[in-house]
Design a protein around this ligand. Sequence first.
Ligand SMILES: Cc1cc2nc3c(=O)[nH]c(=O)nc-3n(C[C@H](O)[C@H](O)[C@H](O)COP(=O)(O)OP(=O)(O)OC[C@H]3O[C@@H](n4cnc5c(N)ncnc54)[C@H](O)[C@@H]3O)c2cc1C
Length: 418
Amino acid sequence: MREKIAVVGSGMAGLAAAWYLGDAHEVTVFEKHPGAGIMAHGVEAEAGRIDVPLRVIYPGYYPQLFALLREAGVRVEALDASLSFTDAGGRCFFRYANHGLGGKTLPMVSARALLNPDAWRIVRDLARFMWQVPGELAQGQLKGHSIGDYLSGKGYSPAFTEGFLIPCFAGINTVSNDHVRATPADVIAGYFSRGFLFSRVYRAVGGASAIASALSRRITHARFGESLQGVRRDGQGVVVQMQDGVEQRFDRVIFATQANQVSHLLHDIRADERAVLEGIRYDKVEVLMHRDPRLAPAQRATWSPVNYMLSDKHDRPMITIWVNALIPSHASTPEPVFQTLNPQIVPDESLVLQRTTLERPIVDAHSGERLAHLDALHAEPGRRVFFCGSYAANGIPLLESATASAKAIARRVGDQLR
Ligand SMILES: Cc1cc2nc3c(=O)[nH]c(=O)nc-3n(C[C@H](O)[C@H](O)[C@H](O)COP(=O)(O)OP(=O)(O)OC[C@H]3O[C@@H](n4cnc5c(N)ncnc54)[C@H](O)[C@@H]3O)c2cc1C
């Protein structure tokens, strides 16, 4: 049966939901931005649009996303996402370069760099972590432990935990170091165990715009620039109210907004729905697009495509992505362009291209329970309102979880109609 389905939001989750449902149903996508939400914050530069934020993916952790991109005909390109770590004094204490070997990479640390005791401890403990954690994960030994407790209980060195692993995840999940320490150990181990460090890192050729244009092919009606005012259920379906007060009825509505935006929009939200969605906390991240090299490591010779700068004064790392080194199409631009997350140095205003503040869901000890509740809500017979997004699937909130959660809802809708 062909249904009328509304999807609210066109980030990765909304676009994926529209794709999975759009071959069998009439799908209307509402998005408050004038274009697809996934590309809403990008900036134009000489060599083309730069995504804000830049998003990288790797096959081991992103099976559903890679399958979706393949199905929709979106090509991917391999990137060099080598990392550097600099301390508060501007000293680069750890750095590795990725050497590509087909679909794999070998992270290489120079012998000279290993003369630095901190770099040596990081390499030693990283090797131990990579060796031990997959087995412990498979045997369920990490369950119930936060990564902070796990690392200190196992005697990992501060050089590794505070100088590498915690800030690394504060970058991958863009939350504070404290939030990373409280993250369940199995979530972080899951990310490491599926090829991180040894897998090539990719992006969609053309970035978010390419994903948006490919996945939009299955949208029946794209209502971009339409910030919905409200949604309510009644006996016959779901009524969506638009900015101008006009109402439209749908068989089902899929919320693909952030979890913390749903209760403002779903006017008849139930207490159990509210409890699950409002239980998901978010952390803010400022993303600065600029050309100011003072936000990159002090010594240019140590610049990597992705540079972590750590400081005791801040509870999260400053991360400066050297766009020209990361994105092949920007490689030949003469002036460097940077994307800095959590800027901790005031930039020269004349070199600032854009400032954006974004939010990221926090994974904590109760995330698993909340996801189980969400799944139970979605399994209710006759359910008409669903919730998807990067927060709504297991693991770190990334493009993969956004895609996986959209696919799970498309499956639920299919099951109900069978
Ligand atoms: C700094 C940073 C770096 C990141 N790096 C990576 C990375 O390297 N790899 C990776 O996989 N992921 C990365 N991510 C995460 C990834 O970007 C997100 O997981 C993903 O984009 C979330 O998609 P979503 O569809 O769940 O939510 P969103 O992208 O938030 O989409 C929600 C949409 O709903 C729309 N909306 C809200 N309210 C309304 C309304 N009333 N009416 C209509 N529309 C509405 C919004 O405008 C928005 O477009 C990063 C995130 C950040 C912040």
